[in-house]
Design a protein around this ligand. Structure first.
Ligand SMILES: [Zn+2]
Ligand SMILES: [Zn+2]
Length: 359
């Protein structure tokens, strides 16, 4: 058989509740691309949402302008791998380099890209959502969007750089100042990473969740204070911890029906609420809760150029830690049974499950 038509295993999304482990042709790198042998890809809550409620973010109404691809697509957007080959004009990398995939590509030409707001690019292309991703043995991606891993970040830790980047983007957008009081609602993977990002920025961080396991991990990851929000007096506790004023910033990462409202109410007058969750519910909201106390409410999604590089440095310097968030490592053959189905369980006891397609 010709080399160009070798077959690999890949996990593709075909539509709502339809993911399949399939044999597809191995990708061939374009001129400016590298071909990666995938070491680990972690499963994100977004992957589960796309599978159960999607396609929402998965490219499904025509090809993405940057990748030219649409569903069925290989899932997986938190990806690390080893460079196996390089296109003729790919620069900055060598065969054998260990890399993390900077999964967000933008057009560079639209109104938003030109004014430095790449996270809202019209044509944004995300690996695993609008181009083939990392739940496969191999993947191709522009060399310019691959970041070499420092020695002290392992192949297993590396996929977690992506959710950590989402957290760092939110921290940067918040305008946090050293010494600020910050509450982070939700201590899932992104919440615990957001908490660490604010801590690295010099804030005093209060982690809030309803699950004891998550609160315990927040403590282990050095939250200054923790609050169990299933206690009646959670808001009172928060006020007690902030001299009756309330936090300067509240970051909402839980994505639950009632938590955005809670986040805005808990923010001190004149403070900032950062919404990082993706919301499936559309609750009624009294907007006077923003107007009267002159609060600022901002959204934060994905990442801007430079965010992932900054995150790699923070992890390499020990200012953010990701290894505590790895709950299991599973081969690609078991990705649906031991990965996706386990993540779906309502009482899931996992943060991130890593899939290692090459054993
Ligand atoms: Zn994700
Ligand atoms: Zn653009």
């Amino acid at each position: 058989m010709c080399d160009n038509f070798r077959i690999m295993k890949a996990l593709r999304i075909h539509g709502n509740k339809d993911i399949r482990l399939e044999d597809i042709p191995e990708p061939i790198p374009g001129d400016d691309e590298a071909r990666l042998r995938i070491t680990n890809t972690s499963i994100c809550a977004t992957d589960i949402e796309e599978w159960q409620y999607g396609p929402l973010w998965t490219q499904h109404d025509g090809p993405n302008p940057i990748s030219g691809q649409e569903m069925p697509l290989v899932l997986g957007h938190e990806i690390s791998g080893h460079v196996e080959s390089l296109g003729a004009s790919a620069t900055g990398l060598e065969v054998g380099d260990r890399v993390v995939v900077n999964n967000v590509r933008t057009c560079g030409a639209c109104f938003w890209c030109r004014r430095g707001s790449q996270a809202t690019c019209n044509s944004m292309c995300v690996a695993g959502l609008s181009a083939n991703g990392g739940l496969a043995e191999f993947m191709t991606w522009p060399a310019s969007h691959l970041i070499k891993l420092p020695e002290n970040i392992s192949d297993q830790e590396a996929p977690l750089i992506e959710p950590a980047t989402v957290a760092v983007h939110a921290v940067r957008r918040s305008g946090v100042k050293v010494g600020d009081n910050v509450a982070v609602i939700g201590c899932g993977t992104v919440g615990l990473l957001t908490m660490q990002g604010f801590r690295a920025a010099g804030a005093r961080v209060i982690a809030v969740d309803v699950r004891e396991q998550s609160i315990a991990l927040a403590k282990e990851l050095e939250a200054h204070e923790t609050i169990n929000a299933s206690d009646q007096g959670a808001h009172t506790q928060l006020l007690d911890l902030t001299d009756g004023i309330g936090p300067d910033i509240v970051a909402e990462t839980a994505g639950a029906a009632e938590t955005p409202n809670m986040a805005i109410q808990w923010t001190r007058p004149g403070g900032t609420t950062v919404l990082v969750g993706i919301y499936s519910a559309t609750p009624n909201f009294n907007f006077n809760n923003i107007v009267g106390p002159e609060k600022t409410v901002i959204g934060s999604v994905a990442a801007s150029p430079g965010d992932m590089e900054a995150t790699v440095s923070l992890i390499a310097e020990g200012k953010m830690s990701v290894k505590e968030l790895i709950s299991a490592v599973v081969p690609l053959e078991r990705a649906i049974e031991d990965g996706f189905k386990r993540m779906l369980q309502p009482e899931k006891d996992v943060f991130r499950i890593l899939i290692s397609p090459n054993g």
